[in-house]
Design a protein around this ligand. Structure first.
Ligand SMILES: [Zn+2]
Length: 50
């Protein structure tokens, strides 16, 4: 069960920059406060903490 308000670390698949992100109910991942990475990518993966 995914809490749609759960904050995660979102790593850019293209350049590896890590942003504050949020899981969304459809299984995706969005950034908080911005539409995409500084490199222009909108593909992110959850960066596991530890
Ligand atoms: Zn990037």
């Amino acid at each position: 069960m995914v809490n749609r308000d759960e904050m995660v670390m979102a790593g850019c698949e293209r350049c590896g920059t890590v942003h504050a992100g949020q899981l969304v109910i459809d299984g995706g991942l969005k950034l908080i406060g911005r539409n995409g990475c500084v490199c222009g990518s909108t593909e992110f993966v959850v960066v596991e903490d530890g």
